[in-house]
Design a protein. Structure first.
Length: 302
């Protein structure tokens, strides 16, 4: 199958492309940098500029499916400029893809678009399923709601559509685990807030395998991409400290101090979403990493 991937140079995008290639698929990808364009028999790059509504239409030649992962990182200071970039980068890419598919002949039959579990309202008591309507109203939730609304429009073109809500993706070199491990490894680990907030995590290998699973089976609808064993932040940090052979002895850092230091971005570490993986399991996907201690052991012993 020939697949167009946006965000192919990112952490998940690059790992996913490697998996797709190893499974015999052909990749087209779009990039805003001419320097990142490659042209090999099964991996071809094309230029696009979503903020200018520009895209090389050759990227769609023979493409049957699109995996849309593009978006400005949320791991940055939440200035008004960066918040605009976080939102607009997601909406612009989805709108450009929609308009391009609507106005040009193509062979696209299926699309997978990214979102995040940050769409759910922070809660220490509620279990969230894909059908849950208790959605948040903070910045991240607002971004996710607008992003998903744009991506659901592909259904109007007769294109089968799936939306994947990413949980906390575990990688030794990227994301929340990387940031926490830097502190814990120095012996300065401490719970942020009361430590009771839920962390719905998933190993990055399960992320890319699930996307491949959805792709080959043409599943439609919304799917939570989280592992089957949700833990509290305190449990997460305790297991991480044990894996790194470091003590977790410092007192909790109060929520007010974190909010003073990070402002609105404190939601990244203080919010709580207990999210179910049941729907993806019912599709027949078997998680490689079902328990956090096994996931951490894999990441730090390989």
């Amino acid at each position: 199958m020939k697949i167009l991937v946006t965000g192919a140079n990112g952490f998940i995008g690059s790992a996913l492309c490697a998996l797709l290639l190893s499974n015999g698929h052909e990749i087209h990808y779009v990039t805003t940098s001419i320097k990142k364009i490659k042209n090999t028999p099964n991996f071809k790059g094309f230029l696009w500029k979503p903020h200018n509504n520009e895209i090389d239409l050759h990227c769609l030649n023979g493409v049957e499916a699109i995996i849309n992962l593009a978006g400005h990182t949320i791991n940055c200071p939440w200035t008004e400029r960066n918040k605009a970039l976080i939102l607009e980068s997601r909406l612009n890419t989805s709108q450009l893809l929609f308009n391009t598919l609507q106005n040009n002949q193509n062979t696209v039959k299926y699309i997978i678009s990214a979102s995040a579990i940050g769409i759910y309202k922070s809660s220490v008591t509620e279990m969230y399923f894909e059908e849950s309507t208790n959605l948040g109203d903070d910045f991240l939730a607002t971004v996710c709601k607008q992003w998903e609304k744009e991506n659901l429009r592909f259904n109007d073109l007769g294109i089968k559509t799936a939306i994947v809500r990413f949980g906390l993706i575990l990688s030794k070199e990227h994301g929340v685990l990387y940031e926490l491990a830097k502190v814990v490894s120095k012996g300065f680990g401490a719970c942020l807030g009361n430590g009771k907030q839920w962390m719905s995590w998933i190993h990055f290998e399960d992320v890319i395998q699930i996307i491949l699973h959805l792709l080959v089976s043409n599943r439609v609808g919304v799917f939570n991409l989280v592992g089957p064993s949700v833990v509290t932040q305190k449990q997460f940090l305790t297991l991480l400290a044990h894996q790194l052979d470091k003590p977790l002895w410092l007192p909790n850092i109060p929520s007010f101090a974190i909010k003073m230091a990070l402002g609105e971005r404190s939601a990244l570490v203080l919010s709580s979403q207990k999210v179910s993986s049941l729907k993806i399991e019912k599709t027949g996907y078997a998680f490689k990493f079902q328990a956090l201690d096994i996931a951490l052991k894999d990441l730090y012993n390989t």
